[in-house]
Write a protein that binds this ligand. Structure first.
Ligand code: FAD
Ligand code: SF4
Length: 474
């Protein structure tokens, strides 16, 4: 071990704990519950290394070392103020960001193998504790501009946009077809990852900042885009991606095969006592479930099935564990809860309908893969190993292969252009995240493709800055 790394084993500035001692407790307990002592202990581990890689790797470029220092000094409200300067939903990102491949992955302590400062846990702690102690964003010095912007979608992108607009004196009116704000945070991500009252509280806080929400209102059905254009100075679209990617294999239409989101949403509706759609509540109790995919959505399906008392949950992914797109933390959680992972497995057929299962799924055929040459994006392509086919028995198959954009039929009427993948094009225009129609901006998943909460927040915030320039306010 080099001298530098020996030094890092004593990361706490006042020397109360070594990195190894802290590492033992940091993974589970601190994410679950962080108290003031733990927050200060972790914050005090920050080396304040002049080149904050964590800050660069964080998509919203949070001032991480600065708010860690404030927490270490017990200056909680200042930390909350600072954290809100760059992030519109810090308590959410602290919960759901894949920190292991973002801020914490690039923490110098982590690079040295001593366990990162638990940045996400502290970010959550700051906002949660400050809110509990009565802190609220202070907009008392904001001067109203008299301008008004419509936002379609109350997901992370729309909320990030509304936050920046409100802080700059612009009236933000947010429309969403759902009865609560949050987008996939509310109607997608399960409550064991993010408690649903977090968004209810956020709605109240944003409302207190002057943001107006018009929920249960779908643009294109309840209100036309033309009405929004007529009534507002500009429009931001943060409408997400809602076309399910399919496996494209025989048997995908069998009863018992389902896309991930309806399964997760039916579980959320059940938990919240909201009405179900025509398909009703999807219950995995006592069933053998196979989940296809390796992203966060797949992990949520795994862990939801476990919580519904499935007889077994098997997750098959076509690359190896090191190359899976989801958060390492979520895989560890799923594994610990009893999910069995089959890495390097690709589905080739879903079987059923021979009479025994009443026409339903009875099993799935998989082949083994090995990683071949990198594709255009640098990811190694899975190659099928000849003669490796295997079949496993199951009662339900959940396809969690991600989402593609769903361009709206009215886009063309307003000159909004999309790329061949259906993503709204915003590059090449004068202002950040401006579409081909100068009065319409867009961001989040519908622009970059399905990604993360924090990247959607960033794009919404950046689009708001573009809109402020467009309106001549900046
Ligand atoms: P969305 O969150 O999809 O919000 C779009 C909003 O627009 C929705 O509320 C929708 O109702 C509304 N809308 C759409 N069309 C209209 C219309 N015509 N009129 C009115 N309203 C409309 N990311 C992470 O960082 N960490 C995770 O752990 C994580 N887990 C995930 C788990 C699941 C199951 C899924 C599906 C995604 C997960 N993600 C995770 C990804 C993350 O949720 C998304 O990247 C993020 O929510 C995108 O934000 P957005 O604002 O672009 O879109
Ligand atoms: Fe880390 Fe996400 Fe917070 Fe940035 S927003 S500091 S990446 S948890």
């Amino acid at each position: 071990m080099s001298d530098v790394f020996q030094f890092l084993t004593l990361p706490r500035r006042d020397g109360t704990k070594t990195g190894a001692e802290i590492r033992r407790v940091q993974f589970k307990e601190i994410y679950a519950q962080m108290d003031a002592d733990q927050a200060r202990e972790q914050s005090g581990r920050c080396l304040a290394c002049g080149n904050p890689y964590c800050e660069w790797k964080c998509p919203v470029h949070n001032y991480i070392p600065n708010w860690l220092k404030l927490v270490d000094e017990g200056r909680l409200f200042e930390a909350a103020e600072l954290s809100h300067q760059t992030n519109s939903l810090p308590e959410v990102c602290g919960r759901v960001c894949p920190q292991d491949r973002l801020c914490e992955g690039d923490c110098t302590l982590n690079q040295g193998g001593f366990g990162a400062v638990t940045i996400g846990g502290i970010e959550k702690y700051i906002t949660e504790t400050a809110f509990a102690q009565g802190w609220r964003p202070d907009l008392s010095k904001v001067v109203a501009t008299g301008r008004k912007i419509a936002i379609i979608g109350a997901g992370p992108a729309g909320l990030g946009c509304a936050d920046v607009l409100a802080r700059n004196g612009v009236k933000a009116v947010v429309y969403d077809r759902y009865p609560e704000i949050g987008g996939l945070l509310t109607f997608g991500i399960p409550e064991f990852k993010m408690e649903k009252d977090v968004m209810t509280r956020r709605r109240e806080i944003f409302t207190g900042m002057g943001i107006e929400f018009r929920l249960n209102t779908e643009i294109g059905r309840d209100i036309t885009m033309q009405q929004l254009m007529d009534d507002h100075d500009a429009v931001f679209m943060g409408m997400g991606t809602y076309t399910y990617m399919q496996a494209g294999i025989p048997g995908e239409d069998l009863p018992g095969v389902m896309p991930a989101l309806p399964f997760l949403v039916s579980n959320i509706n059940q938990r919240l006592g909201l009405p179900q759609d025509a398909a009703g509540f999807v219950d995995m109790k006592g069933l053998r479930v196979v989940v296809l995919g390796g992203g966060d959505t797949a992990m949520d399906c795994n862990r939801t099935s476990i919580r519904q008392d499935a007889a077994s949950v098997t997750c098959a992914y076509r690359r190896d564990e090191a190359n899976m797109p989801g958060s390492r933390r979520e895989v560890a959680n799923a594994r610990e809860e009893g999910v069995q992972f089959l890495w390097n497995r690709q589905p080739v057929e879903i079987v059923g309908g021979d009479g025994k299962g009443g026409g339903k799924v009875e099993g799935i055929k998989l082949v083994t893969t090995e990683l071949g040459a990198p594709d255009a994006r640098g990811r190694r392509t899975p190659v099928v190993v000849a003669g490796s086919e295997e079949a496993i028995a199951c009662d339900r198959v959940i396809v969690a292969f991600g989402f593609r954009p769903n361009p709206q039929p009215w886009f063309g009427d307003f000159g909004i252009t999309t790329d061949p993948g259906g993503r709204v094009v915003t590059k090449g225009n004068r202002h950040s995240y401006q579409t081909a129609n100068p009065k319409i901006f867009a961001g989040g998943d519908m622009v970059r493709g399905s990604d993360l909460v924090v990247t959607a927040v960033w794009e919404g915030r950046e689009a708001a800055k573009g809109m402020l320039e467009f309106l001549g306010i900046w």
